[in-house]
Write a protein that binds this ligand. Structure first.
Ligand SMILES: Cc1ncc(COP(=O)(O)O)c(C=O)c1O
Length: 400
C-alpha cells in the first residue's frame, strides 16, 4: 500500500488540557514526582510517560516528535533546537574516535564544515564522495566506516540521492544510513526506502514561516532512547533542546505542510519550465532534463511534486547580485538565505550558504559563480510572478 505521510499527520488527535483543539503547552523546565522511587526509575529510563526535566523531553516536544515520526514512518523522533543540533547529535552519537564517515560532497555548508573541520578534532574522519556514483561510495567504505550520510535532494545543487541503493550498501557493510530530508518533506520518505535515521531542519518548509530554527531526528525507539540517555546520549548531554513554546507553534504549522508543499511545487515547476524554455540554465528535479528526474519519480509520494527549490545560472556573480537586488526591489521575494518561506527567497550559494566549501571544491562539484538558489514561495498568481521576474532579467540583459 502506498505510504501516505499527510494522512498519518492528519490522523493524530491531541486534546488540550481543557478540551482545547490544540494540545496544551508544557510551560515548565522541571517536573514533580509523587514518589522518590519514580524519580529514580525515570533517571534509569524505566518510567514511561513520566517527565523529568525539559532538556530530556517535554510533552510539547513529544507531540511534535510523534507527528514528525508519523510523517516519516519511523518508530519515534526527537526534536532539537536547530537542524544542526539534529545533525551534529546524530553523528556524535553514531561515531567515536577512530571512526569514519562516507558523505556526499554536495551537502549543506554547515554540515560540510562540521565534517571537514570539527569532527577531525575527535579523530572522526570523513570521505566526501559523489553520492550519485554508488560504486565510488562503496569504494570509499573502510572497516572503520560507521555512517553513510547524504541529503535526499542536495543543497544547493539539487542532486538526488538513490536512497534505496545507498540503503543496500549500508546494510551490506553494516553501516547506518543517515539522510537529511530538509529539501523534500512529504515528497520523499527516506525511511520507507531503507534509511536508518532521517533528519530535518524544521526551520525550512516544515515550519514554513521563517520565524524560528528547529530540527528533528526520526528513527527507531532504541536510537532515540540512546540519544536521550542521561549517561551518554548526545541530545541529553550536548543540550540541543527545543523550547516547548516553539514545538507547539511548529506543530500547528506542520498541519498545513501538505497544502503548502503542493503550492511550492506547482509554482517551482511552472517557473522552471518557463525559464528553461527561455534558454536559462535551470535545475529543477521536476524537469525531464534533470539527470535524476526518473530516479526522483521512482522515490516520490506523487501528490507533493518535486519541491520548491530550483537554481538558475545567470552567468556571473555580478549579474546574479544585480538580479537578486532588483527582484527584491520589485517585491518578488527576499535576498536571504534559508528556504521554505511563504515568500520567495533567493541567494547566491557560492558566496553565502556554501561559502564554507573552498572555491576549488565548489568548482569541482559544479557550483558556479552565477548560480542563484531559489526557494519558490506560495504566490497565488505564478504567471504574474514569472512575467515580473522575466522583466527584471530583460532589464539586466540576462534574457533577450
Ligand atoms: C539541507 C539542510 N540541512 C540542515 C540545515 C541546518 O539547519 P538549521 O539552520 O536549522 O540548523 C540547513 C540549513 O540551511 C539545510 O539547508
Amino acid at each position: 500500500m502506498a505510504f501516505k505521510p499527510a494522512n498519518n499527520i492528519q490522523d493524530l488527535q491531541y486534546f488540550g488540557e481543557f478540551g482545547g483543539v490544540n494540545p496544551s503547552i508544557s510551560d515548565s523546565s522541571t517536573y514533580t514526582f509523587l514518589s522518590a522511587k519514580t524519580m529514580f526509575d525515570t533517571f534509569e529510563g524505566n518510567a514511561d510517560g513520566c517527565y523529568l526535566y525539559s532538556r530530556h523531553s517535554t510533552p510539547s516536544n513529544l507531540y511534535l516528535g510523534q507527528a514528525l515520526a508519523a510523517m516519516e514512518g519511523t518508530q519515534t523522533a526527537n526534536v532539537t533546537a536547530s537542524g544542526m543540533g539534529a545533525i551534529t547529535s546524530v553523528l556524535m552519537q553514531l561515531c567515536g574516535a577512530g571512526d569514519h564517515i562516507v558523505s556526499s560532497h554536495t551537502i549543506y555548508g554547515g554540515t560540510y564544515a562540521f565534517l571537514k573541520n570539527f569532527t577531525p578534532r575527535f579523530n572522526i574522519e570523513t570521505s566526501f564522495v559523489d553520492i550519485l556514483k554508488l560504486d565510488m561510495v562503496e569504494a570509499a567504505i573502510t572497516p572503520k566506516t560507521k555512517v553513510l550520510y547524504c541529503e535526499s535532494v542536495s543543497n544547493p545543487l539539487l542532486e538526488v540521492a538513490d536512497i534505496a541503493g545507498l540503503a543496500k550498501l549500508a546494510k551490506k557493510h553494516n553501516l547506518k544510513l543517515v539522510v537529511d530530508n530538509t529539501f523534500s518533506p512529504l515528497s520523499i520518505s527516506p525511511a520507507q526506502l531503507g534509511a536508518d535515521v532521517v533528519i530535518h531542519s524544521l526551520t525550512k518548509f516544515i515550519n514554513g514561516s521563517s520565524d524560528t530554527v528547529g530540527g528533528v531526528i526520526c528513527g527507531t525507539q532504541e536510537f532515540i532512547d540512546d540519544l536521550r540517555n542521561v549517561n551518554d546520549g548526545a541530545c541529553m548531554l550536548l543540550g540541543p533542546t527545543m523550547d516547548s513554546l516553539r514545538a507547539a507553534s511548529i506543530l500547528k504549522n506542520l498541519r498545513t505542510l501538505h497544502i503548502r508543499m503542493q503550492q511550492h511545487s506547482l509554482n517551482a515547476m511552472y517557473l522552471s519550465q518557463r525559464f528553461e524554455k527561455d534558454g536559462l540554465k535551470t535545475v529543477y528535479p521536476g524537469l525531464a532534463s534533470h539527470p535524476s528526474h526518473d530516479l526522483f519519480k521512482t522515490m516520490m509520494n506523487k501528490k507533493y511534486g518535486f519541491g520548491g527549490m530550483l537554481t538558475l545560472d545567470v552567468g556571473s556573480l555580478e549579474k546574479a547580485n544585480a538580479l537578486m537586488e532588483l527582484m527584491q526591489k520589485r517585491n518578488l521575494g527576499y535576498l536571504a538565505v534559508s528556504l521554505g518561506f511563504y515568500k520567495t527567497l533567493f541567494s547566491a550559494p557560492g558566496s553565502s550558504t556554501s561559502s564554507e566549501i573552498p572555491e576549488n571544491e565548489q568548482k569541482a562539484m559544479g557550483l558556479s559563480d552565477g548560480l542563484i538558489r531559489f526557494s519558490i514561495g506560495l504566490d497565488a498568481d505564478i504567471e504574474r510572478t514569472y512575467a515580473m521576474m522575466k522583466e527584471c532579467m530583460k532589464e539586466l540583459k540576462i534574457l533577450e
